[in-house]
Design a protein around this ligand. Structure first.
Ligand SMILES: [Zn+2]
Length: 400
C-alpha cells in the first residue's frame, strides 16, 4: 500500500505533471484524489472537522463532489450544490473543508449589506441613507473579505433564520431587527446539512430569499429588508426522507455521493482519516501548500469568469442535450452553461468547450426531469384530445 499522503509533494508518480509544479487546480484535485484509481470517499462526518477541518484536498476520490463544490465557489450563478448520499461518505467533511479554499469578495461595511455595485446598478437610491451619505463623502462602503461558511442548524427556528426584534431592549434599539442567518449568509455560502429534514417554514424562507436575493421582515410597526445573496450548499441522506421538488429545483448541481468502491482507495481514505485523528495539524500541514495553490487558482478563476464565453457551437450542443433529455425546468440551461463557464475558468480558458459540457452535464442535468410532470402532461394532452373530439362531434351534430 502506497502512502499517498506523502506522495503529494512528489510528482514522480504522475507523468502529466511537470516537475514540482501543477498546471492547474484540476491537476491538484485529480492528483490528490487519486483519479488514476477511480472515485471515492470514506471520511466520516467527523466531530474533529469542526475544530480543524479535514483538508478538502485530502479527501480521496469523489471527483464529482469536489468539482461541484469548487465550481459553486467560482460562480455563484450556478445556484449552489446538493450532495445526496448515505451517511459517512464525506459530504459534510468536504463542505467544511472548503473553508481554506474560500476566495475574497468586497464585503459591505453596512448593516443592510449595501455595496458600491448597487449604486452602479440602481443609482444612489439603491443603498441605505447612511451608505448614500458615505458614498457622497467618498468613504468606502465595502472592504475585501473572505467568503464565509454560514451553517444553518437543523433545529433553527424561523426567527433565527430570518431575524427578529429583540424584545428585551429598551429605547430606539428596540426598533432594530436582528439579522437572521439568511442575512448573515449574504454573499457567503449557506450550508444546510440534512436539508430534507428542515421545517417547511424554514425551507420556504430559504427559497424566497434565494429567489429574490433579499427578504423583508415585518414585526409590528417595524420592517427591514435584508440582502441574502448566498450560495446554497445542501446535503441530504435519501434514506431519511425526500426533498420537496421546489427546493430540489433550487439547487444548481446535484451530486450523488456513494461510498468508495475501490478497495485500495478505501484503505487510502481510512489511512488519511486515521492520520488526521492521530494528528490533525500534521495532515493539514502536508496539504497546506497544495491548499494555498488551489485557493489562488479559485480566486483567479473567479477573476476571469466574467470574460468566459459560451461559443454558439457549444450552446447549440448544450440546448440539444436539454431537448433530448426532455427537461422542462429553465434552471437546467442556466446551471449547465454557468457551471461549464466556471469549469473553463478553473482550467484558465476564456471559452467553453465540449469537455466542459461533458464534465458538468451530469451534475447540472440529473434529477431535473419530473416523472410526475411528464405523466401529468401526457394525461392532460390525452384529455384535451378527448375534449376536442367530443366538442367537435357534438357541434357537428347540432349543426346538422
Ligand atoms: Zn447601507
Amino acid at each position: 500500500m502506497v502512502d499517498e499522503s506523502n506522495s503529494v509533494n512528489n510528482e514522480s508518480d504522475n507523468s502529466n505533471i511537470s516537475k514540482g509544479k501543477y498546471r492547474s487546480l484540476r491537476d491538484i484535485v485529480e492528483h490528490v484524489s487519486g483519479k488514476s484509481q477511480s472515485s471515492s470517499a470514506l471520511q466520516q462526518d467527523s466531530g474533529l472537522a469542526e475544530v480543524l477541518p479535514f483538508p478538502f484536498l485530502a479527501i480521496v476520490g469523489q471527483l464529482e463532489m469536489k468539482y461541484a463544490l469548487l465550481l459553486a465557489l467560482i460562480n455563484p450563478a450556478i445556484g449552489g450544490v446538493l450532495l445526496i448520499g448515505p451517511r459517512g461518505t464525506g459530504k459534510t467533511t468536504a463542505i467544511r473543508g472548503l473553508v481554506d479554499l474560500l476566495p475574497e469578495i468586497p464585503r459591505s461595511l453596512c448593516y443592510y449589506g449595501c455595496l458600491p455595485e448597487d449604486i452602479e446598478a440602481g443609482g444612489i437610491d439603491a443603498v441605505c441613507p447612511n451608505c448614500a451619505r458615505k458614498f457622497a463623502l467618498g468613504e468606502p462602503l465595502a472592504a475585501m473579505d473572505k467568503i464565509r461558511l454560514v451553517e444553518l442548524p437543523l433545529n433553527a427556528r424561523i426567527e433565527d433564520v430570518v431575524g427578529a426584534a429583540d424584545e428585551n431592549i429598551e429605547g430606539i434599539e428596540k426598533y432594530r431587527l436582528h439579522r437572521g442567518i439568511l442575512a448573515q449568509a449574504d454573499r457567503n455560502l449557506l450550508l444546510v446539512d440534512e436539508v430534507n429534514l428542515l421545517n417547511d417554514d424554514v425551507v420556504d424562507a430559504i427559497l424566497d430569499a434565494a429567489a429574490y436575493g433579499s427578504y423583508v421582515v415585518k414585526r409590528g410597526s417595524v420592517s427591514a429588508t435584508f440582502r441574502a445573496r448566498f450560495v446554497l450548499i445542501g446535503s441530504m441522506n435519501p434514506e431519511e426522507g425526500r426533498l420537496r421538488p421546489q427546493i430540489m429545483d433550487r439547487f444548481g448541481l446535484r451530486v450523488v455521493v456513494e461510498g468508495l468502491s475501490d478497495s485500495s482507495q478505501r484503505f487510502e481514505a481510512y489511512t488519511r482519516v486515521h492520520e488526521f485523528q492521530k494528528n490533525p495539524h500534521k495532515l493539514v500541514h502536508e496539504f497546506s501548500e497544495d491548499t494555498k495553490i488551489a485557493q489562488a487558482d479559485i480566486q483567479t478563476a473567479r477573476d476571469i469568469l466574467p470574460e468566459v464565453i459560451v461559443p454558439e457551437k457549444i450552446s447549440t450542443i448544450g440546448m440539444g442535450l436539454i431537448r433530448d433529455l426532455a427537461i422542462d425546468s429553465l434552471r437546467a440551461e442556466i446551471t449547465l452553461f454557468e457551471s461549464s463557464r466556471a469549469y473553463a475558468a478553473l482550467d484558465g480558458r476564456l471559452e467553453v468547450n465540449e469537455d466542459d459540457l461533458r464534465a458538468t452535464a451530469p451534475m447540472a442535468l440529473r434529477m431535473r426531469r419530473s416523472t410526475y410532470i411528464e405523466k401529468f402532461l401526457s394525461e392532460q394532452s390525452a384529455e384535451d384530445e378527448e375534449i376536442k373530439k367530443v366538442v367537435g362531434d357534438t357541434l357537428k351534430l347540432s349543426g346538422e
